[in-house]
Design a protein around this ligand. Structure first.
Ligand code: KG4
Ligand code: ZN
Length: 343
């Protein structure tokens, strides 16, 4: 990797992979000068989930304003920018295309290099922002709406995926269960809140493949178990305590995530564990991993919730390390909805 000879490298980053239009200006990868996030949650709420076409349309309406605000808040002019980083996958194709096209336009007009960033790599890199001393290697549990991955971060930009979900992602399970118990969208934060008033031992839900050798996950059986429980209770005319269902479901998810994370750390001989992605905001998961790491004498890192949710600061951070590695994109950069984490 190229050593950064310049005192300052400033990246303008753009993120539009799902329902947040975001832009950020990041200095030297870890110093966030601005982090603007325009969320569409209120719009998608009435549909009970993200409507891809609506998301694309909202990105196109908002992106100019979001990028301008990021530049103004950071007190940066186009000339101060060294490169433009943009998420090019995974995500919703129409949503990604808005950000990519906008970034290409700026790259062309301002004559600045373009960098394509993997959204999951962005989530992992969010850990560098607040933990200035964090360096690879470390283990990262990535839990988002579309992913549940255990990743060995071998070096900047070098990843090995040790395990992943075989069916539903953790966030997807949260969202589906929240819908089933009538909490609405987005499910994760609502289950987290409801669970605080519930009994986590009230209902014994399954912990899929927790004891298997694999580092893979599976959450669809747990989701079905919750649906069956609700169905059976209704048939028996029993009242369901939503808070207990939320707490018991969350406990089952956290048990599996924590057990597999510790298993992976032991297997890979890693003593630093990081958490990333939207579900990384979950209070019970954060607490459990913190406790487990304390017991095993591991260092535990977790980004603040604002850096766990989709944002562009994490894209700017990942973009910086790609800038140092001179991994630039050209004007043919396209959206990759199923992009995988690769070296
Ligand atoms: O990373 P993210 O913002 O978007 C994707 O890349 O998918 O993750 C969104 C997911 C949603 O499924 C949402 O319900 C979940 O993160 N989430 C949570 C919490 N906050 C957000 N899940 C559990 N507990 C939370 N506090
Ligand atoms: Zn995300």
């Amino acid at each position: 990797m190229k050593e950064n000879k310049r005192e300052k490298t400033i990246i303008l980053a753009i993120e539009t992979s799902c329902d947040e239009t975001a832009a950020s200006v990041v200095e030297n990868g870890r110093n966030v000068l601005s982090n603007i996030i325009s969320s569409q949650i209120e719009i998608h709420k009435e549909f009970g989930g993200v409507v891809p076409e609506v998301a694309s349309r909202k990105h196109i309406e908002n992106i100019n304003d979001v990028v301008s605000r990021a530049m103004i808040e950071a007190n940066t002019k186009p000339n101060d920018i060294d490169a433009i980083a943009v998420t090019y996958g995974p995500g919703l194709v129409g949503a990604l295309l808005v950000g990519i096209n906008f970034a290409k336009g700026l790259s062309y007009a301002w004559e600045k290099p373009l960098i394509g960033v993997n959204h999951i790599e962005g989530h992992i890199n969010a850990n560098y922002i607040e933990n200035k001393d964090l360096k690879p290697p470390f283990l990262c549990l990535v839990v988002s709406g579309g992913h549940t991955d255990l990743v060995h971060v071998k070096d900047y930009g070098i990843y090995e995926v040790l395990g992943m979900t075989r069916d539903d992602a953790a966030g997807e399970a949260f969202d589906k269960v929240a819908r089933a118990i009538g909490l609405g969208y987005p499910g994760g934060p609502l289950i987290d809140k409801a669970a605080m008033a519930g009994n986590k031992d009230a209902i014994k839900f399954p912990r899929a493949i927790i004891d298997d050798d694999t580092l893979d996950f599976s959450f669809s059986g747990l989701k079905s178990a919750v649906l069956n429980y609700l169905h059976n209770s209704k048939q028996k005319n029993e009242t369901v305590k939503i808070e207990d269902v939320a707490a018991s479901f969350q406990e089952a998810v956290v048990d599996v995530l924590a057990a597999k994370t510790i298993k992976a750390a032991k297997q890979e001989n890693l003593t630093t564990i990081a958490l990333a992605g939207g579900v990384a905001s979950n209070s019970s998961l954060r607490k459990r991993l913190q406790e487990k790491c304390l017991t095993h004498n591991y260092i535990f890192m977790k980004p603040s919730p604002i850096l766990c949710t989709d944002n562009a600061a994490m894209v700017g951070c990942a973009g910086y390390y790609k800038y140092l590695a001179e991994k630039f994109a050209d004007s043919s950069l396209n959206a990759m909805p199923n992009l995988e984490l690769a070296n």
